[in-house]
Every structure is written in structure tokens, then in C-alpha cells.
Design a protein around this ligand. Structure first.
Ligand SMILES: Cc1cc2nc3c(=O)[nH]c(=O)nc-3n(C[C@H](O)[C@H](O)[C@H](O)COP(=O)(O)O)c2cc1C
Length: 237
């Protein structure tokens, strides 16, 4: 299985998104996948201008000369795309959204009704599956709801199969000093197992997803620790 991981956190390797993605990819590699990671922050991807020239003037090609054409070609040779994004204002990062918008040259301008719903005709088969990995700072799982819905709908429009997600809320718990190392190890192992399951079974089990998202620090304690951390940062200015 060829995997293209689209990493959309501007923090790149310093961030928590990469911390969990790296583990998942380690598991996927162990299970035999061929992996490439794209750091969107390093790529030159301009925003879609909405001119629709990729549909009507030069079908399949955007007029903008940047790195997106190269990424679309990579996607065509990929079995599974992993979208790795932290939650930013209840959704994906701007980098990820820019990338997703620029996938429209893969679609035909014409509409069709697929499974009773308006969609664009998909011109040619490209990567057929998408998986989501995300982290967020807040404590509750419902902080991921808008992002999951968005990723699912985008998959439907692009005629890709949405094969699931793995999520880590209250992600800063992973670096809280008082947390037992055993618990942290179990969580990180769950991300690695997720990668293996994804390659071997095409999906991540409920058990693994629950372990990855399991509580590190109770809500009130997490709140106090986070606010103390920010107070200290502000005082250090
Ligand atoms: C602009 C911005 C918006 C954010 N919005 C949310 C949010 O809506 N919900 C949430 O739980 N966390 C939010 N966060 C926190 C990030 O999800 C969290 O810091 C995450 O670790 C960032 O990913 P990274 O570590 O890869 O940089 C936001 C962070 C930033 C910088």
C-alpha cells in the first residue's frame, strides 16, 4: 500500500500533530506500507482563485504555477491519503484547506447525482481512500465533530472512500510532567497500532481509537495546568 501523508500543521516536526502521525506511520511501515510525508508548510500552494479555468479553459490543469501540480501527480500514484491536521477554529488548518480546494482540477465541471446527491463527475481515478488524524487542545471529543464532517463530505465529493479517523483531544496532556509514563506509552502505542491496522485491515479498530483518545488528565486538572502554563508564558515575556 502506498500512503501519502499530508501534514498540515504549521508547527511541522515540533508539533503534536507530527508526534502522533510519526507513530502511526511507524506502524504502517512495519505493516509494509510505502510512505511519503508532505509538509504543506514547505510547499508553495497558492489559494484557489475560483476562476474555474481548470474546468473550462484547461480542463484538469490549474493556471497557477506552484507545487500543487506535483502533489496531484503524487496523489494519482497513492492508495491512501492521510490528512494530518490539528483542529484550528473548529476545522482543519488553512494549509490543509488550501490544499483541499486546489484538488478541484481532479473533478469535471459537470454535475451528476451520486447516491441521490449532487456531486461533480470525477474525471479520472486518483487516490481512492482518505484517513484523518487530528489533535486538539480542548478536552472534549466533540471538538473534532466539524472537522470529521468536513473530511467525510470532502471525501464524498472527491469520490474517495473515507476510511475513518484517529483523534487525540487534550493533546498537551502528552507533555504534562506528572502523567505516568505507562499511560503515555499506551497512548503512543495505540497510534502505532493504528498504522498497522490501517494497512492490514483497511481500518482502525474502535479499541485502538479509544486508547489513543483516552483521558490523560481529568478535565478540571487539565484546565488548571493549561492556564498555569499560559500564565507562566505571559509572565516570561
Ligand atoms: C489558530 C488556532 C486555532 C485553534 N483552534 C482550536 C479549536 O478550535 N479547538 C481546539 O481544541 N484547539 C484549537 N487549537 C489548538 C490546537 O489544536 C493545538 O494547539 C494543536 O496541538 C496544534 O497542533 P500542533 O501541535 O501540530 O501545532 C487552535 C490552535 C491555533 C493556533
Amino acid at each position: 500500500m502506498r500512503i501519502l501523508a499530508i501534514h498540515g500543521s504549521p508547527s511541522m516536526k515540533r508539533g503534536k500533530t507530527y508526534l502522533v502521525l510519526e507513530k502511526l506511520l511507524k506502524g504502517a511501515k512495519k505493516a509494509g506500507a510505502i510512505i511519503e510525508v508532505i509538509f504543506l508548510k514547505k510547499e508553495r500552494i497558492r489559494g484557489c482563485t475560483g476562476c474555474l479555468s481548470c474546468w473550462v479553459k484547461t480542463p484538469g490543469k490549474c493556471f497557477q504555477k506552484d507545487d500543487m501540480a506535483k502533489l496531484i501527480e503524487k496523489l494519482k500514484r497513492t492508495d491512501l491519503m492521510i490528512l494530518a491536521t490539528p483542529v484550528y477554529v473548529d476545522g482543519m488548518t488553512g494549509q490543509c484547506k488550501n490544499f483541499m480546494d486546489r484538488l478541484i482540477p481532479l473533478l469535471d465541471s459537470h454535475y451528476e447525482i451520486r447516491d441521490g446527491h449532487f456531486r461533480h463527475v470525477v474525471k479520472e481515478k486518483f487516490c481512492s481512500k482518505i484517513f484523518l488524524i487530528s489533535v486538539c487542545a480542548f478536552h472534549e471529543m466533540d471538538n473534532f465533530d466539524p472537522l470529521i464532517l468536513h473530511a467525510k463530505r470532502a471525501a464524498e465529493n472527491l469520490n474517495m472512500e473515507y476510511v475513518g479517523e484517529i483523534l487525540r483531544p487534550a493533546v498537551y496532556g502528552l507533555s504534562m510532567k506528572k502523567v505516568g509514563t505507562d499511560r503515555l506509552r499506551r497512548i503512543m502505542q495505540a497510534f502505532e497500532r493504528a498504522g498497522e491496522e490501517l494497512v492490514k485491515n483497511g481500518a482502525v479498530s474502535e479499541n485502538t481509537r479509544q486508547e489513543a483518545a483516552s483521558e490523560i488528565v481529568p478535565k478540571e486538572a487539565y484546565l488548571r495546568t493549561m492556564n498555569r502554563y499560559f500564565d507562566a508564558q505571559i509572565q516570561r515575556r
